[in-house]
Design a protein around this ligand. Structure first.
Ligand code: SF4
Length: 210
């Protein structure tokens, strides 16, 4: 049970339920192959059935951690931070991004866009989910749109999302990991027929790194 003080600090984004933090290589999307410090924030109610971080969903399982502590750790390792989850926009990201910017760090976020955008970002990866569609604020600000392909209908969903996102966003299709053998050949054909899209693979899983 959190004390009222801690609840208030979490409410203001001065503390965040931290699930894990680690220095690794970005495996997916536009920045694939580049080193970054990942901050995984707990809490998500989007409910994707194929989610590979279901242990992130319950924020109560992850200790509220002061953003100064998170920023102090991150700045020892990297110039670039990727904030992911869970769904990081469950929380007010203003304080975390302010403190990271004070350290001159580049700040990326990976979000389903299910909640209004908060914080100030150098790169926004929007990965929309059918169960809880993105808010307009995230469609408008996204730098890349990364649509996960679990089945054939997901190509239709991806096209709908491409219509909604701002026109400058770079478009990626990524096979859901458990369906990669089935879906990757379909994505290859799709991208050749629809070259506005690019392929993203979860290269960190092939490399066996976090
Ligand atoms: Fe999992 Fe992300 Fe979907 Fe939340 S939005 S259920 S963390 S895949």
């Amino acid at each position: 049970m959190l004390t009222q003080d801690v609840q208030q600090l979490v409410g203001k984004g001065e503390m965040l339920p931290l699930m894990e933090e680690f220095y690794t290589i970005q495996g997916e999307g536009y920045h694939t192959g580049t080193a970054a410090y990942f901050i995984r924030v707990g809490g998500c109610d989007v409910g994707c059935h194929w989610c590979d971080v279901k242990e992130s969903w319950n924020a109560d399982l992850h200790p509220p951690t002061h953003v100064d502590h998170i920023v102090g750790n991150a700045s020892k390792f990297a110039d670039t931070v990727v904030v992911t989850g869970g769904e990081p926009l469950t929380w007010d990201m203003s304080m975390l991004t302010l403190k990271l910017k004070e350290k001159n760090m580049r700040i990326h976020i990976e979000t389903s866009g299910a909640y209004e955008l908060s914080g100030s970002w150098d790169w926004i990866t929007l990965s929309p989910k059918k169960t809880k569609l993105p808010t307009q604020s995230v469609y408008d600000a996204a730098d890349e749109l990364k649509c996960i392909i679990f089945n054939k209908h997901d190509f239709i969903f991806a096209e709908e999302q491409a219509q909604r996102v701002n026109p400058n966003a770079i478009l990626f299709l990524q096979p859901e990991w458990s369906k990669r053998d089935e879906m990757t050949p379909l994505i290859v054909d799709y991208v050749m027929n629809n070259p506005k899209w690019r392929i993203s693979l979860q290269t960190h899983k092939y490399l066996n790194i976090p």
